[in-house]
Design a protein around this ligand. Structure first.
Ligand code: SF4
Length: 559
């Protein structure tokens, strides 16, 4: 991507043919070890205009490696809607005008039918990607999404409806006996873990209760961070009324995917894989929706139409709050009012976003597009660099504000999730410790994306970092310690920052949303706020520790 940027004199239109789409697995993707089914999609993001990436679970990346590819890059644009078929050494571009406007579920099934092989892996876009919605996803295996930064719109801009892969090759592993030995031990440890049963039952849905108790649950567009109705949208409610099964990514005994069915009511018959925490929070508490069936309906629509649930939940909440505060008029809302919890109107808005119709045409432009049309909303749109904020309030933990502010892709939690640690530590924490924690997270968490494995066994079940370093060494046949690998992560962070600086990013893009500096008014963290002076000090120290100048420009050579 750096080279492609240089080739285009530092100017790349995210939706132009010159933008590069990278589909990459990692050296551990598909290797016999727990939770190794991840791959990443990266590009210049149409949401931010900067570096963007998003990782996907399931088995797509495994198949890509079995076809013999570590990474695929795509530039240019197909003349008509097409899908790319990678069949080991053969690559073809297949016209598919019949798939125009089709949802992800139908697209995946029809491509498999067309190829006469139901084991082919397919990563596709829904109608939102075709319509260039700035937060369109790429989806595989029913509902495993590369959800953030609008990679689906990049695919849509290239007229690529899907990438299908079939691979039949063995993966390269230097020391197979040792890898099997380490993996067997890892599977044993996972199986015996006392949280494994809870995890298999609830997956990430257990986080709703945690976030509510800690006072970080996004509620009413992050105006509140604690909700008295949260029990209606938590994991126990899901188990009691809706869950009918589990799904898992390649090789993962944790099976965090919840399959849910709506059995009665106006959304009866809806089946979806999900929600996980972010979706339940952003389509639930953040929109004032306490009917779990409505969350399932919203989850299903977003997956099939191909839009990110985090961005969707943010932007619909902005409309509700904007209308409530008279910042938006009934005309702005096409004559249809909306209030918290209005699930019928919320479902309508989800469809309008994907189809770029009515007010949905503005929301489809993402945070930056919304603010361009309605600058009066600047204090209530929660975003960093144009990417809408993930489902964790950060006012009780200023390190999390720094994590959002300095994230290369915008306000997303997967780069650094420091909020839990800081809240546990209480007030006895200096800014140096906070900055160190953010940098450590940004490096250690990036490693998992680089390896192509899921980070949840590390986060939730306490897998040690050294385990991954040892395994990586045996796979590639060269010894690496964790510190060597963290240097690679640091280099990566310098590189993505350099890409962003080249595309125009500077210090002014490294601040959390305006609401971060307004105190929380209720709940366990009432009165908590991120202090602006403290933030400025942390940001300056962060640049210093990274060896960047006062504007956040890396002092390195990237060529
Ligand atoms: Fe996939 Fe969940 Fe397992 Fe991670 S924990 S690999 S997301 S099933």
């Amino acid at each position: 991507m750096w080279d492609n940027l240089a080739k285009n004199n530092g100017r790349v239109d995210p939706l132009g043919p010159e933008n590069m789409l990278v589909v990459a697995a990692g050296p551990l993707t598909g290797v016999y070890l727990p939770s190794s089914g991840k791959n990443s999609f990266a590009s210049i993001s149409p949401a931010t205009g900067l570096f963007g990436d998003s990782s996907m679970g399931g088995g797509f990346g495994v198949e890509l490696r079995q076809a013999g590819y570590d990474a695929v890059t795509i530039v240019g644009k197909a003349a008509e809607l097409s899908y790319v078929f990678i069949d080991d050494d053969q690559i073809s571009i297949v016209l598919c005008p019949e798939l125009k406007g089709k949802g992800n579920l139908e697209t995946e099934g029809r491509i498999r039918d067309n190829l006469g092989d139901h084991d082919v892996k397919v990563a596709s876009i829904g109608i939102a990607g075709e319509n260039l919605v700035r937060f369109a996803c790429v989806t595989s295996d029913w509902s495993r999404n590369a959800g953030r930064t609008g990679i689906g719109a990049v695919m849509g801009s290239k007229n690529i409806k899907a990438i299908a892969v079939r691979g039949q090759q063995d993966l390269p592993v230097a020391n197979i006996d040792k890898v099997i030995e380490i993996s067997e031990q890892a599977y044993k440890e996972l199986g015996a873990h006392n949280m494994m049963g809870h995890w298999q039952k609830q997956g990430l849905m257990g986080v709703i209760d945690y976030a509510n108790v800690m006072g970080i649950l996004p509620t009413h567009n992050f105006r509140d961070t604690h909700w008295e109705k949260s029990k209606n949208i938590n994991g126990k409610t899901m188990l009691a009324s809706h869950k009918i099964g589990n799904t898992a990514c390649f090789g993962c005994p944790m099976c965090c995917g919840n399959i849910n069915l709506v059995k009665e009511g106006k959304w009866a018959g809806t089946v979806t894989e999900g929600p996980e925490y972010e979706t339940a929070a952003m389509l639930g508490s953040n929109l004032g929706v306490d009917n779990f069936a409505s969350i399932l309906r919203g989850n299903h629509l977003c997956d099939d139409l191909g839009i990110d649930t985090i961005s969707t939940g943010n932007l619909i909440a902005v409309v509700i709050e904007g209308y409530e505060k008279d910042l938006l008029t009934l005309d702005d809302l096409d004559g249809k009012p909306i209030t918290w919890g209005d699930d019928d109107r919320i479902m309508e808005l989800i469809e309008q976003i994907a189809n770029c119709e009515s007010i949905g045409a503005t929301l489809a432009l993402g945070a930056k597009g919304v603010l361009k049309r309605w600058p009066q909303l600047k204090d209530i749109v929660l975003h960093v660099k144009g990417l809408e904020q993930s489902a964790y309030d950060c006012r009780g933990a200023s390190s999390m504000a720094l994590a959002y502010g300095t994230s290369d892709i915008g306000a997303h939690h997967t780069r650094a999730w420091t909020v839990g640690k800081e809240l546990e530590m209480g007030a006895d924490w200096g800014i140096g410790e906070k900055v160190d924690l953010v940098i450590y997270h940004q490096h250690i968490r990036s490693l998992f994306d680089m390896f192509g494995v899921c980070r949840l066994p590390w986060i939730e079940l306490g897998f040690h970092e050294d385990f991954y370093a040892e395994l990586y060494s045996e796979v590639v046949g060269q010894q690496y310690g964790l510190d060597d690998l963290l240097v690679k992560s640091q280099n990566l962070y310098n590189m993505t920052r350099a890409i962003n600086v080249k595309l125009g990013a500077s210090k002014s893009d490294d601040y959390p949303p305006a609401r971060t500096f307004i105190p929380i008014h209720s709940g366990p963290l009432a009165g908590k706020v991120c202090d602006k002076d403290e933030y400025e000090k942390m940001l300056a120290l962060y640049y210093e520790k990274r060896g960047w100048d006062e504007q956040g420009t890396p002092q390195i050579a990237c060529d």
